[in-house]
Design a protein around this ligand. Structure first.
Ligand SMILES: [Zn+2]
Length: 745
């Protein structure tokens, strides 16, 4: 082959490898007015101002502002005043929720020697807000039940179900014991939940320096990482059951709402729990004897880790004020001009555990600058087609309280009108982090291509793509290079999008920047203005980038003739999820077969050291084959209808039609992925394609009903859930098919 021919062939190959460019409609532009839409966007992007963001942060994080404090209310009123000053129609909506705050806390080592945990984060001279002790919420886990227990201590690693299987093999029981678990591997609320299921009497959670301290880098104030006495507050409410006010599940906690008695609330822990620093944990863990656990159980404290039980005996006491506190959500509404009954929602919380400069204020200030930017455009004559709702939530930290109560209160309207909810929660320096409903993946990719990365001279999208390549396996790299869109992760729970996506079926996004500014101040008194301006997005350029990113997304969603959903990417991702489920079943099945065979061969007897305890695992029944056909059939229909829709969008002269009816139907597409009776044992969670895991908490489970049944080896339930998930994909296919037909009419 001569060179010319080769070059020509390469050229042809290249042409076929590059996917057809997406039409403007799939990127969120109106075919006939894309130029003016872009002009408004560039006007918007010049508004967000890093200097203003610095000022907002200094003000909002000046004092502790958790739910129920004067400064929490003051911040809400200040944000409201700003919105009004900029000309927006805004108000505060309140709810009254159960919010326990600590009255008595104790962790004491009684044997083999005495030690009393400090349970306090000391003020640091360099850090001017760290000395506001009078207003700081002490180190504790909210929604721990009251309790006073004394018992032997057992170390349970991360305290997830797998760790208890390992404990069984080590011959260690936690019945009647106090367990000590390290933060990590699961959402914190899972640790006391699983401990209680195994009969423990109390639970202590600590930050190990391996994940959250000197092992990672220099500790505060020399560096950003968690110091010896730094501790992580946080909620331990059973949020995989339902988030929000424990006393008003499923309805808004308004004045007249029917409330459960505290004793009837199902999301309060069954055993007392307290978080401690590694400074406080060290004497406790050092006093343990018993087996040395496997290497993946060992943290970075300077001694050999043991599991116990004992000889360490511990006294744990938790007592709270079980008060009702008022939430202040700030809600601003920009009415739409022609499709005002379709709503684009945007939110970030304003409450914090303490001063909360990073969590959440770094996100709140980006949201505020977006609101100011949109208000500026309105003054210059910009008229969004759809209604835009800006929400600044209260009470996120304790259990997604503000967003959940508000969305439950307005559930009927939201089901009818809400098209998309865009969330953020804290922001930092680095790469764009995006997750959400897969039908919005193509749209978000388009937005990210139009945002400049503050540290490189190219778009945030390109930087993210190159970062993905740097961190991918060979197979993944190949896909990243070929695929026109960067894949977007699914959402589980963990921030204010939860009620919108999981409960109401509103397509949602969660966006933020980060990855370069590691830190260990999460939920501590040191998450403040000093820390943020020394170790995070110190010049607020990524704050501006976040404002530009989400503001641009909101404008496109509000203005495009056709709502910019794309279902081919969703079908492609759903196929991956089904493959993963089949693999999960196969690996569980193989694992059980292999273990049964090794038991028969006497492998476990042979490897048992007679001087140590290592109990052999139990033989198990080999799983039956599961019938994945209902899911595959649903997927097949989804594929065909998504391709049909894609073709309809590409081939229809959109400018010539009224798209009101199509858009109204499009808002319902994500709704079709929900079922009214929810997941097994968790009816509040209605989304059948993604949800937080029952034993991972925030960790996403995709096709969660099936996945959890396989994890729990409940094969009958797995088959039932496959049928339900298949049904949901078919429902979705029907909705999309109907919209495609409507477009072509
Ligand atoms: Zn947050």
């Amino acid at each position: 082959m001569n060179n010319l021919v080769r070059t020509f062939l390469c050229f042809i190959l290249l042409l076929t490898a590059v996917p057809a460019a997406d039409p403007p409609a799939l990127q969120g532009f109106s075919p006939d007015s894309a130029t003016s839409e872009r002009a408004w966007e560039s006007k918007f992007k010049s508004v967000p101002n890093p200097e203003r963001m610095r000022e907002y942060m200094q003000r909002l994080a000046a004092r502790p502002h958790h739910v129920g404090t004067a400064y929490d209310k003051d911040n809400a009123e200040w944000i409201l005043a700003k919105f009004k000053e900029w000309g927006l129609d805004a108000r505060i909506e309140t709810f009254d929720v159960l919010f326990p705050t600590p009255k008595e806390r104790a962790v004491e080592l009684l044997e083999p020697k005495r030690f009393t945990a400090r349970l306090e984060e000391p003020a640091i001279a360099l850090d001017p807000t760290s000395n506001q002790q009078a207003e700081q919420l002490p180190v504790y886990n909210a929604y721990s039940i009251d309790g006073d227990v004394t018992a032997p201590l057992v170390y349970v690693n991360y305290g997830v179900p797998d760790d208890y299987e390992q404990l069984d093999r080590l011959g260690v029981s936690v019945k009647g014991a106090i367990v000590i678990a390290r933060y990590g591997a699961s959402w914190r609320g899972i640790k006391p939940k699983v401990a209680a299921e195994h009969g423990a009497a109390g639970c202590i959670i600590y930050s190990d320096p391996r994940e959250d301290g000197y092992y990672q880098g220099d500790v505060f104030p020399a560096g950003p990482w968690r110091s010896r006495d730094g501790a992580q507050r946080g909620s331990v409410m059973d949020m995989p059951l339902y988030p929000g006010d424990p006393l008003t599940p499923g309805v808004g906690a308004s004045e007249g709402a029917k409330r459960l008695a505290i004793s009837e609330a199902k999301t309060i822990t069954r055993i007392p729990v307290l978080p401690i620093s590694y400074g406080d944990a060290q004497p406790l863990l050092e006093a343990l004897k018993g087996p040395v656990p496997p290497p993946n159980w060992r943290g970075a404290l300077p001694f050999t880790y043991h599991v116990g039980p004992g000889p360490a005996r511990v006294h744990l006491k938790v007592k709270s004020n079980w008060d009702t506190k008022r939430l202040y959500n700030v809600i601003a509404r920009i009415p739409g001009q022609s499709e005002s009954d379709i709503w684009i929602l945007r939110g970030n919380h304003h409450d914090a555990w303490v001063n909360g400069a990073e969590d959440p204020v770094s996100g709140t200030i980006a949201e505020m600058e977006e609101a100011r930017g949109l208000a500026e455009l309105l003054k210059q004559g910009w008229k969004p087609k759809r209604t835009i709702v800006y929400c600044v939530w209260d009470g996120e930290e304790e259990g997604l309280l503000g967003s959940t109560e508000w969305a439950e209160q307005h559930a009927d309207e939201l089901r009818q009108h809400a098209a998309v909810y865009v969330n953020s929660d804290g922001n930092g320096r680095g790469y764009l982090q995006m997750s959400g409903s897969h039908s919005l993946e193509k749209f978000v990719n388009g937005v990210a291509k139009d945002i400049d990365d503050p540290e490189k001279d190219y778009p945030a999208w390109k930087r993210l793509r190159l970062d993905r390549i740097a961190n991918a396996s060979a197979e993944e790299r190949d896909e990243i290079r070929k695929r026109s869109d960067i894949r977007m992760g699914a959402l589980g729970s963990g921030s204010d999008y939860t009620v919108f996506l999981d409960h109401l079926g509103v397509a949602s996004l969660d966006l933020g920047y980060g990855g370069e500014d590691g830190g260990g101040i999460y939920h501590s008194i040191y998450d403040d203005f000093y820390w943020y301006t020394h170790f995070a997005d110190t010049d607020f350029r990524y704050g501006r980038a976040l404002s530009q990113t989400i503001g641009t997304a909101v404008m496109r969603l509000a203005d495009a003739d056709l709502l910019p959903y794309d279902f081919t990417g969703f079908a492609d991702t759903a196929a991956k999820y089904i493959d993963e489920l089949e693999k999960l079943w196969k690996s569980k099945s193989d694992e059980i077969k292999e273990r049964n065979q090794e038991l028969e061969e006497g492998v476990y007897v042979a490897i048992a050291d007679p001087k140590k305890t290592l109990v052999p695992p139990k033989a198990e029944e080999v799983p039956p084959f599961l019938n994945f056909a209902p899911l595959r059939n649903g997927l097949d229909k989804l594929r065909r209808s998504s391709e049909h829709y894609d073709k309809a969008v590409r081939q229809t002269a959109l400018g010539a039609k009224s798209l009101d009816a199509v858009n109204r139907k499009l808002t319902q597409a994500e709704r079709a992925l929900t079922l009214p009776d929810g997941l097994p044992g968790r009816p509040w969670f209605r989304h059948q394609i993604y949800a937080p895991g029952m034993y991972t908490g925030y960790g996403v489970k995709t096709i969660p009903g099936v996945r959890e049944a396989i994890d729990q080896k409940n094969w009958k339930q797995a088959d039932e859930q496959i049928v339900r998930a298949g049904q949901v994909l078919e429902n979705e296919a029907r909705v999309i098919e109907d919209i495609a037909a409507e477009l072509e009419r």
